[in-house]
Ligand binder design. Structure first.
Ligand SMILES: C[S@@+](CC[C@H](N)C(=O)[O-])C[C@H]1O[C@@H](n2cnc3c(N)ncnc32)[C@H](O)[C@@H]1O
Length: 298
């Protein structure tokens, strides 16, 4: 079960780092929280780690130009992958998804149609899923990320498109996706309402019985100016409870959710200075779209 006192302490520690640039980062091992659901996900993702948004430092909006999400990720570029590579919680989420698809007779031999939203460099998500024999499309708004993805993952397809435009375009067709993955890509340049709308819109594209894996930095913030890895931008996100509720409200059945802590190696790989990155919370949610309800005839 959720340990609220531990979680409160975790987020207080995170917000202390958020607003105090000179605070030394704490140990990841001290800050792990997980909430497995009964009979659900196969993996225990309790190890501290996984990819995403690091140092959230308040920006000074009156003096600093706010970068768009595309500008931020174009400037971070493929080094993002090095800063977040080998993350056990993301690997566990992909293992879970690959396993679910294997257990489904329709996708057991591969061939599932999957969209990875905010694919970045295509690794690990598109790469792992395409190597498992599935038909994977990564979408992203960053040209620099997509250029790397096309080279690094030649067995997946990639498209430059905002997820909101993608949903707008695709929702006129019948639900055709076996799975959707969203790893840390609904934060920059969106509002909290956008996050909820995108979760619902993407769910509409998933076939009944299909899968949805969502991860984010679970901090309740709406269009907040921050500095992430030295870059000024506006971000939105949801608390763990809000995010899980949004996934359920989108029409998905939550199989597993867990919060862990991770400090990206952003300074080591040259993305920013050492004092511009610190430990951050990550939420992973594994979910499935229920099969269509069978309506009994009178
Ligand atoms: C934090 S990175 C995560 C990359 C990758 N999902 C991973 O876990 O390694 C977020 C990615 O989402 C992309 N992104 C941000 N907003 C987006 C949007 N509205 N539509 C599509 N992609 C977006 C960014 O360009 C970036 O490549």
């Amino acid at each position: 079960m959720f340990d609220f006192r531990h979680m409160l302490a975790t987020f207080l520690a995170f917000f202390t780092r958020l607003f105090r640039r000179d605070t030394a980062p704490t140990s990841a091992a001290d800050d792990v929280e997980a909430r497995p659901k009964t009979g659900a996900a196969t993996s225990e993702t309790t190890a501290a780690s996984s990819p995403t948004m690091a140092a959230l430092e308040p920006a000074a909006p009156e003096t600093v130009k706010m970068l768009s999400a595309a500008e931020v990720f174009d400037s971070v570029g493929p080094a993002y992958e090095d800063a977040f590579s080998g993350l056990p919680t993301q690997a566990a989420a992909l293992d879970w998804l690959v396993q679910q698809l294997k257990e489904n007779p329709a996708t057991a031999q591969g061939g599932a149609t999957i969209v990875d939203v905010g694919c970045g460099t295509g690794r690990p998500t598109c790469s792992v899923l395409a190597d498992a024999g599935h038909s994977v499309t990564g979408i992203d708004i960053s040209e620099a990320m997509l250029a790397a993805a096309r080279t690094r993952v030649p067995n997946a397809k990639f498209e430059l498109i905002d997820v909101r435009a993608f949903i707008e375009r695709e929702n006129h067709h019948p639900a055709s996706l076996d799975a959707v993955t969203v790893f840390f890509s609904l934060i920059a340049g969106v509002t909290q309402d956008d996050i909820r709308a995108v979760l619902a819109g993407l769910t509409g594209l998933v076939k009944p019985g299909g899968y949805f894996v969502f991860s984010t930095v679970p901090v309740s913030i709406n269009k907040g100016p921050i500095k992430w890895m030295g870059r000024s931008m506006e971000v939105s996100s949801l608390s763990p409870e809000e995010a899980v509720a949004a996934v359920k409200a989108a029409g998905l059945e939550v199989k597993y959710d867990a919060v862990t802590m991770f400090k990206p190696r952003a300074a080591e790989v040259g993305i920013c200075e050492p004092d511009e990155v610190w430990e951050e919370p990550h939420l992973f949610v594994y979910a499935q779209k229920p099969m269509a309800a069978v309506v009994a005839s009178a």
